[in-house]
Design a protein around this ligand. Structure first.
Ligand code: PEP
Length: 255
């Protein structure tokens, strides 16, 4: 399999933005702009409280809804948390796991990323597992080791069969929300390192079939160049996903 045969997934990460009424308005605006653009999967990962409005607004369109996190337990005494089964019943299909903001501010570790990924898969959700190096790690020349280690730990115990539903997002932490973007070459190279790690874990067939996105200040101006790279199968997009016109340009670049 080669890039042309892999799915391209353009996913927005709204982070902690938009109330339910604002979510509805944004999707209503976006719907006609991306209608019929089926050359890529379009996913919007929204805050928990927006899910119901987002699912309703996106019904019957080519926009799919995702969440921004999920707990690893099926149920129980975890005040404030949300399970995979709850998300599924609300119409969620995808879920971001291990975003760098969760790792940085909420104590997320590779161990909990792994548990959440397993819980999401067991419930039938498609996890978007985020990996990426911080600035000091890139400067020290250990990016490859870091993303390879995260990939191995985050996917520990996950079967080749389950990998059909896993998306990996390579998100260099220094490029998230900073306006700094990895060059297309850097993005391609590091997504390639992740693919090589998958090949060691699961063999070439799984590695070649897995969708690996780039995320980190992807925008209307740089998307086409990034998405053209062999190992980049889509994008996880923060800031630009809140602007329908910019997000549509990215979707167009992925067609
Ligand atoms: C993100 O939140 O995953 C992200 C990549 O954000 P931004 O596009 O704003 O850098």
């Amino acid at each position: 399999m080669n890039k042309a045969k892999r799915e391209v997934v353009i996913a927005g990460n709204w982070k902690m933005n938009k109330t339910p009424s604002e979510a509805k308005a944004l999707i209503e605006e976006l719907k006609p702009m991306v209608e019929g653009k089926n050359g890529c999967k379009i996913v919007l990962c929204v805050p928990y409280v927006d899910i119901s409005a987002a699912v309703e607004a996106a019904k019957g369109t080519n926009i799919r809804i995702g969440a921004e996190n999920v707990h690893f337990a099926e149920s129980g005494a975890y005040t404030g948390e949300i399970s995979a089964k709850m998300l599924l019943e609300c119409g969620v299909e995808y879920v971001i796991i291990g975003h760098s903001e969760r790792r940085q501010y909420f104590g997320e570790t590779d161990e909990t990323v792994n548990l959440r990924t397993k819980a999401a898969l067991a419930a039938g959700l498609k996890p978007i597992v985020c990996v990426g190096e911080v600035k000091e790690e890139r400067i020290s020349g250990i990016t490859d080791e870091i993303v390879s280690m995260q990939t191995k730990l985050d996917l520990a115990g996950i079967s080749a069969e389950d990998m059909k539903n896993v998306i990996i997002a390579y998100e260099p932490v220094w490029a998230i929300g900073t306006g700094l973007t990895a060059t297309p070459e850097q993005a391609d190279e590091t997504c390639g390192v992740i693919r090589a790690t998958l090949a060691k874990l699961y063999g070439n067939e799984v590695a070649e079939a897995t969708v690996i996105q780039y995320g980190g200040s992807m925008n209307a101006k740089n998307a086409a160049e990034l998405l053209a790279k062999t190992n980049v199968d889509g994008g996880l997009i923060g800031g630009a996903s809140l602007k329908p016109a910019d997000f549509t340009v990215i979707v167009d670049a992925a067609q």
